[in-house]
Design a protein around this ligand. Structure first.
Ligand code: HEM
Length: 114
């Protein structure tokens, strides 16, 4: 069954808007990736400062291939430098909104939907 990869981003209150705009600007970017199944950006509704980037993939290999792709590197800080910054590429300009990131990995062992 599918695997779930959750990137937990710690975002200071004053950086939330920037973070959400950056994700909005990249909507649909990952959709055509082989093995990609879903993506959700979850904003905390309690007093937590952690956003969850919940992604779901057909296989571990599909996720790994995306992480190692140019598409991923170009869209994330610390990428390969190809057209980053203010030149209109998809890579965000300015410092990351997130102060910290942690990747959580799961496999789905049970699931149901209405
Ligand atoms: C589980 C898969 C993912 C991992 C491991 C990951 C990794 C990261 C990391 C480490 C950061 C924080 C540092 C940075 O800015 O580079 C980040 C931020 C970000 N990621 Fe991802 N990411 C994932 C999925 C996605 C997806 C699917 C999208 C878009 C469709 C996306 C778009 C962004 C954006 C816009 C930021 C905000 C940069 C900022 O802090 O201003 N990420 N991601």
């Amino acid at each position: 069954m599918s695997v779930v990869k959750i990137n937990v981003l710690q975002v200071p209150a004053e950086r939330r808007e920037v973070l959400e705009q950056r994700f909005a600007a990249r909507a649909g970017e990952v959709d055509q990736t082989p093995g990609f199944e879903s993506f959700e950006l979850l904003r905390p509704t309690d007093d937590s400062d952690r956003y969850f980037v919940v992604t779901r993939w057909e296989t571990e290999e599909a996720f790994t291939a995306w992480m190692e792709s140019r598409a991923f590197r170009q869209g994330h800080a610390g990428g390969d430098g190809e057209g980053g910054g203010d030149d209109g590429s998809s890579r965000p300009s300015g410092p990351p909104a997130a102060a910290q990131a942690e990747l959580l990995s799961f496999e789905i062992i049970e699931e149901s939907r209405p």
